[in-house]
Design a protein around this ligand. Structure first.
Ligand code: SF4
Length: 255
């Protein structure tokens, strides 16, 4: 069984009272990460943050996080919604240019970290994320622990921020096993889904998207209509754009 990624440097940061901000999406990776992090980091040094994506998320995600978390959930939200962002830009994000993640998740989470750190009069933050190497070749190139130069500063304000991927080397089955080993269950949508977070993710597989269309037909309709309105599709088939309805294989009129 793979163990949590832990180095001497991370242990020293724990011992020196750094604050560990656990980004929790409600997905299996966040759930397993939180369960493991709280075994080695003192409770008072853990802060749980959830970036709320509003209507485009699976319903009940925040209740699921609360059910399996001993810490209060700090919910952060961007000023714009995902669909507003897409409409304004006239295009969908892509796996390569994920403005959805940077603007709607990372941005609000880092803003929270900066403010929370200041309120605590603390200077060292560890941004914990449940990313795994197995998820994609781009993710596999990431470092499981690194100093975040962009978020750190050392002048008028002193702030040191590190990015930590505690379950970076975990395989999918190890993630699910970690969850069951601590007596928990993953979010219900995993009965059919591979990934969670947005019901219709730009990186979602057809199976997940179909499940989303069945569970959230009205939201599916909104995505289909937005594609038509902006003249840009979420997906490509080879080099050609393909409409969501064709990609998923479900016509809105049949739902
Ligand atoms: S789940 Fe997918 S669509 Fe939603 S923010 Fe993340 S990458 Fe973007």
């Amino acid at each position: 069984m793979t163990s949590i990624y832990l180095t001497k440097e991370i242990k020293e940061l724990i011992d020196n009272g750094a604050i560990f901000y656990v980004s929790h999406s409600g997905g299996k990776d966040s759930q397993a990460m939180y369960a493991l992090v709280k075994e080695i980091v003192p409770t008072k040094q853990i802060v749980v943050v959830h970036a709320d994506l509003g209507e485009v998320e699976w319903e009940g995600v925040q209740d699921h996080i609360k059910q399996y978390t001993n810490h209060p959930i700090n919910v952060v939200k961007a000023k714009k919604t995902l669909l507003e962002m897409v409409e304004k830009r006239g295009m969908w994000p892509s796996a390569k240019h994920r403005q959805c993640t940077s603007d709607l998740k990372r941005g609000p989470i880092f803003k929270f970290i900066r403010n929370d750190l200041k309120a605590r009069n603390a200077t060292v933050a560890i941004n914990c994320m449940g990313l795994r190497a197995q998820e994609s070749s781009a993710r596999a190139k990431k470092k499981p622990f690194s100093y975040n130069n962009m978020q750190s500063c050392n002048n008028r304000v002193v702030r040191h921020v590190y990015d930590w991927l505690p379950i970076f080397h975990f395989k999918t089955d190890e993630v699910f096993r970690t969850i069951s080993d601590v007596g928990q269950k993953p979010f219900w949508a995993y009965e059919k889904n591979e990934r969670l977070s947005c019901v219709f993710c730009i990186m979602g597989c057809v199976g997940d998207l179909r499940h989303g269309a069945e569970q959230r037909p009205n939201l599916y309709k909104e995505y289909v209509e937005l594609e038509k309105k902006i003249g840009h599709t979420m997906f490509m088939k080879g080099k050609e754009p393909i409409s969501l309805e064709e990609y998923v294989g479900i016509k809105v009129s049949n739902l």
